[in-house]
Design a protein around this ligand. Sequence first.
Ligand SMILES: [Zn+2]
Length: 412
Amino acid sequence: MSIQQNSQSAKEKTFSRMIKVYENGKFIDKEFLISKENPCCSMDKVFPFPLTGELFSFLSDKLSELFILPGFVDVHVHLREPGFSYKETIETGTAAAAAGGFTDVCSMPNINPAPDSLENLKIQSELIDKHAKVHVYPYGCITRSSKGDMLSDMDNLAEHVIAFTDDGKGVQQDDMMLAAMLKAKSLGKMIVAHCEDERYGTSPESEFLQVERDLKLVSKTGCKYHLCHASTKESIQLIRDAKKAGLPVSAETAPHYLVFCDEDVKDSGDFKMNPPIRKKADQEALIQGICDGTIDMIATDHAPHSAEEKGKGFKNSLNGIVGLETAFPLIYTNFVKKGIITFGQLIDLMSNNPRKIFNIPSSNKDGILVEVNAKHIVKREEFRTMGRSMPYDGMEVYGKCLATFINGRMVQ
Ligand SMILES: [Zn+2]
């Protein structure tokens, strides 16, 4: 058989393919045998996956650049169930997570009933066991119904929740936050804070003054502390200083605060979230924060609402946009492709750091296959989430998750 015939038949049936595999902090070129006839082709015996038409075309396209990565982790996701299944369900939310390359998500407690007792948490946990397509780690409330008046049943919740948060609301009373930190510390759990001092509206002060208060309480208590959706330059500097002082703190920001500033905001529910998109100087400080490690991770704050709730213009729409299916392409396109961070830093921000800080296990049977060379367009009608509101519709992006594997199987 001539060489040409060989490669011709290879193109159609079986061929070998180099894929960069991320292992122990490095990208390693590995050769895989790809076979269309055998739907579970063996890839290094770690990632057997069924080849759908689209996947096969990416694999056979020589121009595509493929990576096998550890699954992304999103520590800030609103799955809305139980209580608000008209916005999202555990099934649709985790399908969106898988589509975006997330194998692990932490679900926020602003649901009904709120997981402020073991009994209430059980309602959510049963739905997760039944419907989740990726690993879901629920948070427990800091206070009863996140109302700020009385601590939740932290003692009994502790071993079943990833951490404690009242996300959606700041804990207004200093004494309550102090008590929560002392309790969390005694239970070996982390406090995850949505910082918003309600006396200051949604101004930058509302965030950073509460960050400042919390950091004082952290230095007093030694409680492990994580800041949700950092949006102001002052918050970043406070976290940077706290880390220098050796405090056990970490921080996340969301893609929308990195990609936009207030000059980009349009009169649409698509730009409405809390905290709001801030000034150029804040955006620049956040980008600096992901470059120098002050910000440990990118979390989406995926917060779906119904079309009606988001269709009332900027002023009257509810807070929250969806983000699971756009986070990777947005960060890849805006920061890796432009040389602002490396691909390795993206993996730190979206997988390694959240795993380390939140103690989320990794498995060599979980992972994702991604492609980074093909340009594609964000189309909200293609989303798996029930939410449609986000400011990226129609954007040209690079970086696509082609398949997500959980326990060695591709999530459908
Ligand atoms: Zn929040």
